[in-house]
Ligand binder design. Sequence first.
Ligand code: SF4
Length: 362
Amino acid sequence: MKYVEEYRDAELGKKLLERIRHRSRKPARLMEFCGGHTVAIFKHGLRQLLPPNIQMLSGPGCPVCVTAAADLDKAMALGKLPGVIITSFGDMIRVPGSRSSLQKAKAEGADVRIVYSAQDAIGIARDNPAKTVVFIGIGFETTAPTIAASVLQSEKEQIKNYCVLSLHKVCPPIMKAILDLGEVRLDGIVCPGHVSAVIGSRPYQFLADDYHMACAVAGFEFVDILLAIDLLVEQIESGRPEVAVPYRRGVKEGGNPAALKLMDTVFEVGEADWRGIGIVPDSGLKLRQRYESFDAEKRFDIKVSPAQEPKGCICGAVLRGVNTPNDCKLFRRTCTPENPVGPCMVSSEGACATYYEYGSEK
Ligand code: SF4
């Protein structure tokens, strides 16, 4: 199978579900790491269609949701500085920090602009030479290469009033951190498709080798996800974990060398602050010293008070797979997509927004 339509084939989906039902005997708790997978699983009702011994848990794979309140506070502090324009992807501006959001900061006079790419932010920098444009860089290995390219482009074109607040995160270390926390028993992980298209499947090998964890890299159509679950079940039933890649049309073992090179040229691995999880070593991407003039944290002396989480919000536990949105007392009551209390209700890939949209008790 090579093309998208084949991965939307209902008959094939039924056959895969039948095969999963037939061979799945042991209880299996599978975490879909990626928010895009969570949305696809809910949209197609896969949780209800799987046999009762298979439980799907949502993980910390939504870049908006995992951005720490402290990092958002930094973005808002930058927005208050004279002559600074904050540029950000749309979802981010509604996410609450400790005391405010970029949207509220904008209403109070900060120059906050939504952009669709770092290229747009560079354009704003070109048009406003007397101001400094800060791009709020969020996302996993999927978006980091394009942000790296924006830094290289700015250097080449001598655009000196552009910089990045790098809040980028990388996936394998947070998977390790979740497993090391030991709060949730997992038998398998549905590894993220887009991230894996960049990093390849090799970086997950430690999960099978060191954690005896079944792994399968999935694409985003329902057949993709069922193929991955089927392979996870096979590994769990046989007791032989490995890193399976049913998403061969998108992912190679070694990833995308050009994207990896871009990322490695501009960024180096450092610690990152994850909402609800805290500081995780080697799980973030910081600008290399060579590019420090494009680093908003180096360019500006940002001081923020200790961060606070929104009262009553259990996003942290949801992101760690410990709770579901149904466990939150605010879910559907005071917290809705129109009035989100926490980040998981803001992002279209957030677990709370997905539960709200599609609903599930399983
Ligand atoms: S429902 Fe709202 S308050 Fe509760 S965990 Fe989700 S985002 Fe946070």
